[in-house]
Design a protein around this ligand. Sequence first.
Ligand code: C5P
Length: 396
Amino acid sequence: MELSGKRIVLGVTGGIAAYKAAELVRLLGKAGAEVQVAMTEAATHFVTPVTYQALSGKPVFTDQWDARMPNAMAHIDLSRAADCIVVAPASADFLARVAHGLADDLLTTMVLARDCPLLVAPAMNRQMWENPATQRNATRLREDGVTLLGPACGEQACGETGAGRMLEPEEILEEVIAFFTPKLLAGRRVLMTAGPTFETIDAVRGITNLSSGRMGYALARAARRAGAAVTLVSGPVGLPLPQGVEGVAVTSARDMHAAVMARAGAADIFIGVAAVADYRVANAAGHKLKKDTGGVPPLELVENPDILAEVAALAKPPFCVGFAAESQNLEEYAQKKRHKKKIPLIAGNLIQEGFGGEDNRLVLFDDAGVHPLTPGPKAVLARQLVEHIAKLTGRN
Ligand code: C5P
């Protein structure tokens, strides 16, 4: 799990988004973190400490004079063991107090006494967020090394729309995971393809395949967590775009080819994960083909461009990574493919072990030899593949 072994203090301040912090406790716990909740007095007017206690399995602290701390050092004891403090929601008043070094309750005292990173997810009405005082405080906090998560734009509890809404719990979780991920690809521009393509036969039919896009999407997420600027050119899939990743939606192999070739020159790394159709229909019909017109309609197939081989053949190619999905003879076919497409690294997998599912088994082939990765969830394999790419491109 991404946050296994991490101890996180979750600070909750007074704002209606406090109800979303309950979900965040659950998500952080599910990701393997040990969560200790501390609330401001104002926060207890929105959600009672019992909610967070039930979800975190730990007593919740609100008061610096809490008698449960025998040495009256709650602020030190609770924050000293933490790997980070996350405050969500962080009210305008809380940001102001931290920006000025005030320590007039348990949470602000813990923040002042910490020796770990502080991440805050602001949540307030848009006018409070836009107020020059809040903006000044946010700038000061960034200068002090505090990480601001959001805020997002959108509809607010007060009925207004604008910037100031807290990020969703899933988004905060993703940012916390990214925060702890070593930045092996910092500053790198990664271009990727993922998913299937769809080749038109007529107005309602087409040729496609069973690629779910999961491996490619997991890899895009892992590269972004590792600090890369990621552009994901994706065929039709039912997956949400990973946070912080630029998405380019395409349908056919030719669309994918055009989208990739327009961007490949600016990429440091290109990873072709898409299951690109080898052929498209040359005589696709603009209307729906009718079946009772006598005989089977003849489909004429023509070969699609090989996107990966074309990127690898550029005068100044990015570092190219391919995937080889095979049903047998994995090593032989994957190596052949690597040499034919002239790429330094290929990740091979047997389709019966990974296509469409959550888990996968990957074997990497490069100039140094064969590197089997431990089979497991696609997210874990994606992280290992990113580490391998970072090693081969000389930055770890
Ligand atoms: O030749 P094959 O389709 O087996 O090669 C698979 C690898 O090549 C994958 O990385 C895939 O994304 C890429 N590919 C491509 N364009 C194609 C066919 C495959 O980029 N037309």
